[in-house]
Ligand binder design. Structure first.
Ligand code: GP9
Length: 429
């Protein structure tokens, strides 16, 4: 555990730079309903297919006075897909570069969001109608100190109400309401949807819009299943109101990871009406929608800041008015105007306010054009013998990204949280 002081120092100096945002405590004491929206990407929001809106309900949230919609929010998962997105959200640590941390380090000690908010009287749960051991969730949820997991045995699943991977989202939400009603409040609960999962199968009676028409059945079928999820979410908001839970809760909706991989770029470029999908575009396609809906807030707006899944834990803690002062994490409160200024991807690429760095090339974030390499700097560094790669406008951030990823890896590989005593002080208000 002797790496810990160095990591703490780095985090204090480079990550915990935000101070309190003006949203600190905006949802104090409220329930948190977090919806992990399977494979939901940002490109469908406020977009159309065959002349029809893909996500009318989510589109309405982008203009809703109680909703903050983050349009430049990136997924940061690795090979662990949904489980990696969960890991990012609960811990504000990076997933691993190989394998799924839920499997490889599911028995570690962590200092996760459910554990921290438990000190403030919150109970936590996950609702997901799949086998509890998928992604080793049952093991990892113990380590994250999640109190209860409503897995597939908590649901009535029949041939009629299932498609593809299992229970359809609409009956999933319907059947979940009774569990929400029975939970001790305040609660933090995560719903993981399933219908919008590759290969995007849907019964005819559930298709409200037609598929797209391209050489990729995956992309074609994605639109009707996304619309189905959009309808399920709209119904869920109504069910929460009817159940009397809505007013005392905030609702966060986040896409967990991409649904359409680069294998479908030909069809994607046709849909987006572009000649090709460049490496810059590929990074931009990692954007997933993130909504924070606070009933009665009244100040909702579209937020264009560069943000990502690593930011969720500090953001939720801040909304709840909880200061986890000694915690170790790599994200920032999305509402703060003093942020790190970049989002790191697991492969070392990043998106900053000004640049997108991918495959060692630095792009201007606004234009998508590569930024010229700074040859003068290159020469100077070469003379000093310190040059390790092309120096460009992205280089200073590349260095920070590498440092952060390796510190996060150290915390996980070394199971370092077991050496840290957070005591009770981290949640002093
Ligand atoms: C499985 C579901 C999907 O339970 O969360 O996981 P994914 O395949 O998207 O990682």
């Amino acid at each position: 555990g002797n790496e810990i002081p160095e990591i703490q120092e780095y985090i204090n100096e480079h990550v915990k730079v935000t101070g309190k945002s003006n949203m600190f405590g905006a949802a104090e004491g409220k329930n948190v309903i977090f919806i992990n929206a399977e494979s939901l990407q940002q490109f469908v929001i406020n977009n159309e297919v065959n002349g029809e809106e893909v996500t009318p309900f989510l589109n309405s949230l982008t203009e809703d006075e109680d909703t903050y919609y983050f349009e430049n929010f990136y997924e940061q998962t690795g090979q662990g897909n949904t489980s990696d997105s969960e890991f990012l959200v609960e811990n504000s640590l990076y997933p691993l570069s190989r394998g799924a941390v839920f499997f490889t380090h599911g028995g570690n000690e962590y200092h996760a969001l459910p554990e921290i908010i438990k000190e403030e009287g919150y109970t936590s749960s996950v609702l997901h109608a799949n086998n509890k051991s998928f992604w080793n969730r049952d093991g990892m949820y113990d380590s994250l100190e999640i109190d209860h997991f409503y897995d597939e045995v908590a649901y009535e699943i029949t041939n009629e109400n299932s498609v593809g991977w299992g229970l359809k989202d609409k009956p999933f939400f319907e059947q979940s309401i009774k569990y929400l009603q029975s939970m001790e409040q305040p609660f933090y609960t995560k719903f993981i949807t399933l219908t919008n999962h590759f290969p995007f199968e849907l019964d005819e009676e559930d298709k409200s819009i037609d598929p797209y028409d391209s050489n990729s059945n995956t992309l074609n079928n994605y639109f009707p299943t996304v619309r189905y999820m959009d309808e399920a979410l709209e119904d869920f908001f109504e069910q929460l109101k009817d159940a009397g839970i809505y007013e005392d809760s905030i609702i966060i909706i986040m896409g967990d990871h991409i649904g359409i991989s680069a294998n479908h770029n030909r069809a994607m470029s046709m849909y987006l009406d572009q000649d090709e999908i460049t490496p810059y575009d590929q990074v931009q396609l990692l954007r997933v929608p993130m909504f924070i809906h606070i009933p009665g807030d009244g100040n909702g707006k579209v937020m264009s800041e560069v943000t990502g899944q690593i930011d969720m834990k500090p953001t939720i803690l801040s909304l709840l008015g909880i200061e986890a002062e000694d915690d170790l994490y790599f994200g920032n409160d999305v509402f703060s105007d003093k942020r790190k200024g970049y989002i790191a991807l697991r492969n070392g690429d990043f998106i900053s306010d000004d640049y997108v760095s991918t495959y060692g090339i630095c792009y201007d974030r606004e234009t998508g054009e590569p930024v010229e390499e700074d040859s003068e700097e290159l020469d100077t560094n070469a003379e000093e013998g310190t040059q390790t790669g092309p120096v460009n406008a992205c280089s200073p951030i590349t260095e920070k990204v590498e440092t952060e990823l390796s510190y996060s890896d150290n915390l996980i590989y070394g199971d370092l949280f077991r050496f840290i005593d957070f005591g009770d002080k981290e949640t002093v208000k």
